[in-house]
Design a protein around this ligand. Sequence first.
Ligand code: FAD
Length: 292
Amino acid sequence: MKPASFEYHRPQTLEAALRLLAHYGDKAKPIAGGQSLGPMLNMRLARPEHLIDLNDLVELDFIRVSNGALEIGAMTRHQRVATAPEVRRAHPLLAAAASTIGHYAIRQRGTLGGSLVHADPAAQMPLIAVLGGARIVVCGLDGQREIDAVDFFRSVMTVDVRHGEMVTSVRFPHLSANSGWAFELFSRRRGDFAIVAAAVTLLLTRDQRLASLEMAFGGVGSVPVRLDVSAVAEAGAMPTEKWVAGVSAFAAQSISLEDSAPIPAVFRREVAASLMEKALAAALARARGETV
Ligand SMILES: Cc1cc2nc3c(=O)[nH]c(=O)nc-3n(C[C@H](O)[C@H](O)[C@H](O)COP(=O)(O)OP(=O)(O)OC[C@H]3O[C@@H](n4cnc5c(N)ncnc54)[C@H](O)[C@@H]3O)c2cc1C
């Protein structure tokens, strides 16, 4: 199928893009990498009358490290996030997760901003943003807003961006150098969207006890789910193999799942438990300085 007709605009500055978005309101849509919007246009699931191409906005393609945060421009491609040395140093979990998005060609075009706004519940970038307490910077002609990732994702493919606004960047707090971290996903074939994904960050004390733990799942609800681990992961606990098994079972039990054809909830929950067990073990190994 071919898209319904639209008028194509290629602004050269962020301000020009915002003016177009403000002028055309709900009749306009930005296009970034086109890896999600392209198919939606072709299938006529999206029918904007005006398409605002963001690909000349070089000011939104950047990676900056400052004051404990890693700030990445909305037009930064997944492949750059996956391979940039500054991302690998400041947030190795983000780089690792980005390297698993789709295939190489998709990572070369798809952007961080596009992925967050598209908000597929199983996508990698929304999951890491929610787990790590990222803040999403949204801009309109009247100024900018900074939104916590947990509040940004409202539902399936629905986010807190109003007509006339655009995502311009994302601020990820650094992972501390001695953090343990891991990202695991289960998909039918390599490069497919995850059926379930799990991500973990943790810190150990000098005597190898648990200092802090964050866990999140993707693909188990309408938005990424960051878990409340206070009931099972007390600071000071000794993270043994038995502890890992107990915490991952708890994590998988604590999510509410509905049957969705063709993947029954019981299967999704088993996959979630097993991915979380793998992720916890890998994160602990990294925190202990072992090779993963
Ligand atoms: C075969 C295939 C496999 C894939 N596998 C995966 C996968 O495993 N994991 C994964 O996460 N993704 C996957 N994707 C999707 C890919 O990551 C996309 O790049 C991403 O979802 C959208 O990014 P984009 O830059 O292409 O955005 P676009 O497709 O251009 O836009 C997507 C949406 O975001 C809006 N938008 C874009 N940029 C902005 C902005 N700055 N501000 C406001 N709105 C904006 C658009 O209007 C549109 O609604 C896959 C895609 C394909 C085709």
